[in-house]
Design a protein around this ligand. Structure first.
Ligand code: GLU
Length: 514
């Protein structure tokens, strides 16, 4: 690698949410920049006016902030103090978005604010005969494509306007006919580029389309803007999704046309559903925001997404990585070519590992909002909503949670009165009389324990002392009486959470059934 400072960018289009795939691109770019002491830059690619969504740029920035993927240059939200922007670099207000500030020497960092730049470079290509004006109406192009598709050919511009004479073009321009600027592809031979993940990629030039560079509204296409911007912003390494691989030779030709050095490029593998189709909304959530809302922890999401297409390589079985560990371990050479399967079970497992590591205080702070959404919580008496009670519930649930939206779900009996039939109390073939005796025995033990001794350990010790050989005879009826459920945590844990008063009350309720 040359000693030029590494500069990588995350260049999302503002669509209103952060797709998991985009988040992975951001993460890999960030890890690569940090590992190599480089710059990480946020550029906004808002050239598709039809897809603009309110606050979409802020949403992107919020997710980067949430994940702490610190960038030093690009687009920032004014009002929030987030990543420290160095005093050494110029800051300026966005022209097009009043909530945004830009910072850095290579601005503007929002493509809609760079239209003059794209025009200038499109003009340069026209002059060098690497581009031409195309006046074809959208209807004509549509017909052309339909015909090509019907003939089982890949839709491609048929170069009608390339045949126009200079005079014809001048005349049309003079008459104000709408036009786009197209790249004049070199259709001879092959174009080759080096992919950091795949090695050499070589594509036959006659497969390449004379793509639009500048649209009739003066906006550039992504296909043009990415080249101009990556060059002008001094980007050394580009990471983007595999779906761009077939377009890259066209970008390579543009770099050649301008006489610019092409950045190094890595196409990241597709992210797939379990059935190996491309990750889509139809099969599950695709937005990072959805997973946050479901109670997946930041550390777990980052860890999981990092493993979508990368692992530290042979000999390592490590699956849990902090962001710091990812920075030191990450290596583009170990990114896979094959699609990465999005396996929710794995995310659950990783999340569970991170939940287990939290202190009760932390778990409570992160879970409170999820409790508040639950109807069983909303309808619970005040004492059951208390911090102390929730912390007890969480102590019992901590090792069983896969995400925070599960809190309390399997143990609603901690929040509400229970109803069940006598049969639930029955262990094996115990008679009603035996059940009664069993519950009375538990009651006698539990009554004697003082409030300060009401700990899980003490409850277990005292109950087991009297349980005898057939533990189930004592423990099942008690557990059922406390929970009204077929399945639950142990009776000691449940009694501990419920407290002595409620425990004895529920045993009384059970005895009344017998
Ligand atoms: N704006 C493009 C996208 O959101 C970025 C592709 C790239 O990173 O070059 O897909």
């Amino acid at each position: 690698m040359s000693d030029k400072k590494i500069r990588v960018r995350f260049a999302p289009s503002p669509t209103g949410y952060m797709h998991i795939g985009n988040f992975r691109t951001a993460l890999y770019a960030y890890l690569f920049a940090k590992k190599n002491g480089g710059d990480f830059i946020l550029r906004i690619e808002d050239t598709d006016k039809n897809r603009q969504v309110n606050d979409a740029i802020e949403k992107i920035i919020n997710i980067l902030n949430w994940a702490e993927l610190t960038y030093s240059e690009g687009v920032f939200v004014n009002s929030k103090s987030q990543f420290p922007i160095s005093n050494k670099i110029p800051k300026f207000k966005s022209q097009n978005y009043k909530n945004l500030t830009e910072a850095g020497d290579y601005g503007p960092y929002i493509q809609s604010e760079r239209l003059d730049i794209y025009k200038k470079y499109a003009q340069e290509l026209l002059e060098k005969d690497h581009a031409y004006c195309c006046f074809c109406a959208p209807e004509r192009l549509e017909k052309m494509r339909d015909l090509q598709t019907a003939r089982k050919k890949a839709p491609m511009y048929d170069r009608t306007c390339l045949k126009l004479s200079k005079e014809e073009v001048a005349e049309k321009l003079k008459n104000g006919e709408p036009y786009v600027i197209r790249q004049k592809i070199n259709t001879e031979g092959f174009t080759e580029f080096d992919d950091l993940i795949r090695g050499k990629v070589k594509i036959k030039n006659d497969l390449l389309d004379d793509q639009v560079l500048l649209k009739s509204d003066g906006y550039p296409t992504y296909n043009f803007a990415n080249v101009v911007d990556d060059h002008l912003m001094g980007i050394t390494h580009v990471m983007r999704g595999e779906e761009y691989i077939s377009s890259t030779p066209k970008y390579t030709q543009l770099y050649q046309n301008f006489g610019w050095i092409e950045p190094k490029i890595a196409h990241l593998p597709l992210i797939l559903n379990l059935d190996k189709t491309k990750l889509s909304k139809r099969q599950g959530d695709v937005a990072v925001e959805d997973y946050i809302q479901k109670g997946y922890l930041k550390e777990a999401i980052i860890n999981f997404v990092a493993l979508l297409g990368w692992n530290p390589g042979e000999g390592s079985t490590q699956e849990i990585f902090s962001l710091e560990e990812l920075i030191s371990e990450f290596d583009l050479k170990k990114v896979h070519k094959a699609g990465a399967v999005f396996d929710l079970k794995k995310l659950d497992w990783i999340n569970a590992q991170y939940i287990k590591k939290l202190s009760i205080e932390e778990l409570y702070e992160k879970s409170a909002v999820f409790f508040r959404q639950k109807d069983f919580y909303q309808n619970a008496p005040e004492e059951k909503k208390s911090e102390a009670h929730l912390k007890k519930v969480l102590t019992i649930e901590q090792d069983r949670l896969e995400n925070l939206s599960q809190v309390g779900e399997n143990n609603r009996f901690f929040f509400q009165d229970i109803q069940y039939s006598k049969e639930l109390l029955r262990w094996k073939k115990m008679s009603d009389e035996d059940l009664k005796k069993s519950l009375e025995k538990s009651k006698a033990v539990l009554e004697k324990i003082t409030e300060t001794d009401w700990t899980k350990e003490n409850l277990e010790k005292n109950l087991l002392e009297v349980a005898g050989e057939k533990r189930g005879d004592l423990l099942w009826p008690l557990r059922a009486a406390l929970t009204g459920a077929q399945k639950s945590p142990s009776p000691f844990e449940c009694a501990w959470v419920l407290g002595q008063g409620e425990t004895l009350k529920r045993i009384g309720q059970a005895l009344n059934l017998l």
